[in-house]
Ligand binder design. Structure first.
Ligand code: MG
Length: 157
């Protein structure tokens, strides 16, 4: 068994879609970034790459590379899962937390789990998603951005 951890932050700005876990969430603000800025999916990818000792998403999908401009992060997650396959790893489970003052994410959690399970080709019971606010403290609390943490276990096959 191998453990991995991922963390990511994106800034909230007007005029962008809010995509979390591959699901578009209605909101007057969205996350800014080179890709679709799906902060949850980015934290998941970094946890998976970390557990496999394969670096991080910045190394595999650099944000100065135009081929990743506006890309759907589910496409990148699929690529990460192919790398895990190639290195003979299987996902045991992952547990992620999204930190956002708003919008309320609980109505979308099951849809996100479903989407991520389809992208990764694993059952939903291997994916746990949580959301919390930071009680109006710090950059997430002020609504300036959203962050996400993820831990995962990989099994060697
Ligand atoms: Mg990111």
């Amino acid at each position: 068994m191998r453990i991995g951890h991922g963390y990511d932050v994106h800034r909230l700005v007007p005029g962008r879609k809010l995509i979390l876990g591959g699901v578009e969430i209605p909101c007057e603000m969205g996350l800014d970034g080179h890709s679709d800025a799906d902060v949850l999916t980015h934290a998941i990818m970094d946890a998976l790459l970390g557990a496999a000792a394969l670096g991080d998403i910045g190394r595999h999908f650099p944000d100065h590379d135009d081929q990743y401009l506006g890309i759907d992060s589910q496409v990148l997650l699929r690529k990460v899962c192919s790398m895990l396959d190639a290195h003979h790893f299987r996902i045991g489970n992952l547990d992620a937390t999204v930190i956002a003052q708003r919008p309320k994410l609980s109505p979308y959690m099951e849809q996100m789990r479903e989407k991520l399970s389809q992208t990764m080709g694993i059952s939903v019971d291997r994916i746990n998603l949580k959301a919390t606010t930071e009680e109006r403290l710090g950059f997430t609390g002020r609504g300036e951005g959203i962050s996400a943490h993820c831990v995962c276990l990989l099994e060697e096959i």
